[in-house]
Design a binder for this molecule. Structure first.
Ligand SMILES: [Zn+2]
Length: 139
């Protein structure tokens, strides 16, 4: 799936969650903004596709993107949901320990990443199924 569709769907889902949190008052407004910003950040900049040399997020990250795209194999560690879950759990734990503050807004980043991974999974399945059907039609 290309960057524009990843961005549209990811921001739609993160925004839907943000509206829900506003409506239910689960988070205070400043946290909702931070939540949405994390979703935006993990969609446009620190997306799992920073493991690909020519992806838009890699270009958006500049030098950091250059390093990550050459360090990680495409669709390897950075496309593993456990990596990101543990990464943000670690950051959340650190913030809680240092500032006694539960940084729930970090889940905005995780939602963007999970959306990306689900979309990659669906588009890969779709492409494989389409290829199988095309092959079977040749006989
Ligand atoms: Zn991807």
């Amino acid at each position: 799936m290309n960057f524009n569709w990843h961005t549209r769907i990811s921001l739609l889902i993160v925004t839907a969650f943000a509206v829900y949190f506003e409506y239910t008052a689960i988070l205070v407004p400043i946290e909702i903004i931070a939540f949405w910003f994390m979703g935006y950040f993990n969609t446009v900049y620190a997306s799992p596709d920073i493991d690909h040399k020519k992806s838009k997020p890699t270009q958006n990250l500049g030098a950091v993107g250059w390093v990550t795209s050459r360090t990680f194999k495409h669709r390897g560690l950075l496309h593993n949901p456990w990596f990101w879950t543990l990464f943000y759990a670690f950051i959340g734990y650190y913030i809680y320990n240092e500032y006694a503050y539960e940084a729930w807004y970090l889940t905005g980043g995780l939602i963007a990443i999970y959306t990306h991974l689900i979309l990659d999974f669906i588009s890969t399945k779709y492409k494989r199924t389409r290829t199988k059907i095309k092959r079977s039609l040749h006989f």
